[in-house]
Design a protein around this ligand. Structure first.
Ligand SMILES: [Zn+2]
Ligand SMILES: [Zn+2]
Length: 363
């Protein structure tokens, strides 16, 4: 066996030197090609990768999912933290479909501001797991509702959330993931109907990659009148003056069943609610919102509602929805052949009317 060399005689190896992580920016993800990103919250029932095909078949090029699926995420028996094979399949399929950004919405039961100690500890643990799963799936954003102080002073609730986020993030390597705090409608004692509250949380966590998700229905219910040009400008000015528009990465595009300032969180189909189609045209085409992902969280009251809402958003940005595969209610997204825009819309109307008729006949 060779005698170990004395350290003073050992040549200096460049690898011995401490070097910080290389400062080269990673290449942008495949989906970030400058095109407008329109997505929809999609079910992960069954195999998680099927959510990707569903979003793609609905005509979206981005998506939001819940990542929680206890069956799938059970720890391997050996206790290792290896990436679940379904997460690898998910990443590969997403790459193929060029879907992005991938937004994960956290579980609604998580409340980092809970005054109940046990519930708060559980929430921190659950949010930690949300972050771990989001990283495993290669998500771009994890959207979180800030929380609710249940009667505690707002400043205490804000500190509890900031502290909870830090604890949940402990020991996690974030890679490209950012946590986005979502504005709320202001129901009950929820934190985040005012952007100054979200700004306070962000300020208390300078070490975390935090951003903002704005929900249009929540904005409206919190008192921002998005129906007018001035109302939208005022809302954007407030966002910019508090959290800063640079931190805004995702917009939840939902019309509202609830009235202006009602503080009620009730989503409606685009153009069918109190906010209205014209407001959404202005939002989707606003120069200050360029580059954001627009994600629908609209209800599905009857088959095809999801696809119709995706179509509506594409039309509002002046793009003919792409032809997609077979869909739930069995109707193609549009007819083939080159028709004038007017003829097309007539065809769509009569197609919808006949669809309605045939449904009625079935009943
Ligand atoms: Zn939302
Ligand atoms: Zn909502």
């Amino acid at each position: 066996m060779e005698e170990p060399q004395h350290s003073s005689t050992q040549p200096y190896l460049p690898s011995d030197e401490y070097r910080p992580e290389p400062a080269v920016e990673p290449p942008p993800p495949a989906w970030m090609d400058g095109s407008i990103r329109i997505g929809i919250h999609t079910s992960i029932a069954g195999e998680i990768a099927s959510a990707l095909d569903l979003a793609h078949n609905l005509g979206a090029n981005a998506l939001q999912i819940f990542s929680a699926s206890p069956r799938m995420w059970r720890r391997p028996a050996d206790g290792s933290k290896r990436v679940d094979p379904s997460a690898q399949r998910f990443r590969a399929r997403r790459e193929e479909l060029k879907l992005g950004p991938l937004v994960i919405h956290d579980n609604y039961l998580i409340n980092l501001a809970s005054p109940d100690r046990i519930l708060r500890v559980r929430s921190i643990q659950a949010f930690h797991e949300e972050i771990v799963r989001a990283v495993a799936l290669g998500a771009d954003f994890l959207v979180a509702h800030p929380g609710s102080g249940k009667g505690a002073p707002m400043s205490a609730a804000i500190s509890a959330i900031a502290d909870g986020l830090k604890q949940a993030a402990r020991g996690v390597k974030f890679e490209n993931l950012r946590i986005l705090l979502e504005n709320t409608a202001g129901q009950g004692t929820s934190v985040g109907s005012r952007f100054a509250e979200i700004k306070s949380i962000i300020d208390q966590c300078p070490e975390l990659p935090l951003g903002v998700c704005v929900d249009t229905a929540h904005l409206f219910a919190a008192g921002h009148d998005l129906r007018s040009v001035e109302g939208l400008e005022k809302a954007l000015a407030e966002i910019d003056a508090t959290v800063g528009l640079a931190r805004l990465s995702v917009i939840h595009v939902n019309d509202s069943k609830a009235a202006l300032g009602s503080h009620l969180d009730r989503h409606e189909h685009i153009g069918k609610g109190k906010i209205g189609r014209d407001a959404f045209r202005r939002i989707l085409n606003h120069p200050q919102l360029a580059g954001r992902a627009f994600i629908l969280e609209t209800p599905i009251d009857r088959p095809g509602d999801d696809r119709r809402n995706v179509e509506t958003l594409w039309r509002l940005v002046g793009i003919t929805p792409r032809r997609v595969g077979p869909v739930a209610d069995g109707f193609p997204i549009r007819r083939s052949g080159k028709k004038s825009a007017k003829a097309k819309s007539r065809a769509t109307r009569s197609h919808r009317a006949s669809a309605k008729k045939s449904k009625r006949q079935k009943r």
